[in-house]
Design a protein around this ligand. Sequence first.
Ligand code: FAD
Ligand code: DHB
Length: 391
Amino acid sequence: MRTQVAIVGAGPSGLLLSHLLAAHDIESVVVETRSRAHVLGRVRAGILEHSSVELLTAHGLGQRLTEEGLRHRGIHLQWPGERHRLDFVELVGRGVWVYGQTEVTKDLVAARERAGQQLVYEVTDTEVHDVDTDRPYVTCVDADGVAQRIDAEAVVGCDGSFGPSRHAVPEAARRTWERTYPYAWLGVLADVAPSTDELIYAWHPDGFALHSMRSPTVSRLYLQVPQGERVEDWSDDRIWTALAARLGHGQDGWTLNPGPIREKSVLPMRSFVQSPMRYGRLFLAGDAAHIVPPTGAKGLNLAMADVALLAPALAALLLRKDGALADAYSATALRRVWRSTHFSWWMTTMLHHNGDPFDAELQLSQLRWVATSQAGARGLAENYAGLPLDW
Ligand code: FAD
Ligand code: DHB
């Protein structure tokens, strides 16, 4: 088949890109290894920056988000014996929204299906070819075992951290940076009303804990665990006991309400950046080009920011033969990527216990400064609520 843009991966970056391209009258085909049900059911991120919400709303994807999303003015930052509220709206004039990646994906799939978008699920053996020419193409094998070739004018790798696209940039033309962390997150989804109005980020000598939510009846909680931890070693009781201790159950009358756990998984933590994000007619977006540890709630937002830049760049390149924005895409996107990479690393290293008593004192000192100084609080707020898309 032939299309204008072949998109590899139907995660948020691939789906949103196809939606934004359609607004420029650019046709695309999206190929995806997983099934439609898997794509729609995945539980991942939960926080949308101000500018991500503006982007979705401006492109007709804001209705359910506005009705069902939870608007938060800030977060709670805590360590044993102390909880401090940071009001982002007061500090920097912008808040965030709690609206799960699962819901964003559902809205995107619904919008793309309504528009007749070609979404090809359950493909295997995806490969990208001839990206250093004007006629790049993608090959894969479809769910019926039939070999497919998608000829395009540009290929976009939106295939996440394990996809093949980024490896299509020749080794001599790419540079990567990576940092692994000696811990992971155990994430749970529980059918219980959140015990807090806004998210709680908690430093604790047993390890970091985060109380988030998905709706007035569903809580999302995370615990720092050692890298390589097995989900099977965490019974529901063990999880609730650890959460209660780390989140300060009983402190100043605050209680954590336990409830039935619906989903548990262990998430590894890693920082990764590949540059450039464009090679010839291959463009990378989202986790295919960069991964951040989840502590700053940036992964999903960064994926959206990439494609917000990329869609007009592809429109100019393909419709008007104007390559200026496409030429600038990588450098422009990487500015935000490195800002989010730094913020995510900073939040991660400030909040996770690594067993070193000197580091623990530095973390507590930093937390106290961030929570009690206007300058410190504004730095966190500005990054967390998100810089404007044209930053
Ligand atoms: P993805 O969502 O990874 O989508 C890539 C898509 O490409 C997938 O659908 C994949 O199946 C598909 N694909 C892969 N290989 C191929 C191939 N060969 N051919 C075709 N398709 C392919 N961020 C946060 O901020 N907070 C969180 O709590 C959080 N939790 C996370 C939990 C997990 C388990 C993971 C993996 C990520 C989490 N993230 C979190 C990060 C956030 O979800 C990502 O940054 C976001 O999904 C990036 O979107 P994307 O579309 O670029 O990549
Ligand atoms: C959620 C995930 C995060 O990584 C984060 O920093 C805040 C919230 C969540 O899944 O709700």
